[in-house]
Design a protein around this ligand. Sequence first.
Ligand code: FES
Ligand code: FES
Length: 164
Amino acid sequence: MDELIEITVTVNGTVHREQVSPRMHVADFLRRGLGLTGTHVGCEQGVCGMCTILLDGDAVKSCLMLAPQLDGREVRTVESLAEGGELAPVQRAFKEAHGLQCGFCTPGFLMTATALKESGRSLDREEIRDELSGVICRCTGYEGIVNAVDRVLNGDAVGVEDER
Ligand code: FES
Ligand code: FES
């Protein structure tokens, strides 16, 4: 059995000191170690994007990192977005633009959209599609997702009704 490694990591604003297996990937650490099951696991090969989290502000695929690499870092997961029962603006945009679909891919899209928003970049729809290409929607229902991210980055998307 592998010797455990102690790490100190801040996850969603809380500092955790944990003993982790050197072979456990970050998505498993979040889900099984911390009970944060909002980060989903699909391919475990860096292809589907279901496991996307923010690491020191950058969107990364958590199945491609090992838990010991989190030492001294800051992680945000989809659980960090809503505060006090209130949806975050990015979540509201997905709701209003019908970007919330099966739910399995949604955390990956939300965290990717959050990183884009925080980057301060302004992107057109083609660029948004490019940026989202690391997260796969298996039902190919991208229109609502692109509308939602367009709304997040650029304000109201054309043709999207505001349901508030
Ligand atoms: S589970 Fe990480 S990219 Fe698919
Ligand atoms: S809406 Fe999630 S995979 Fe298509």
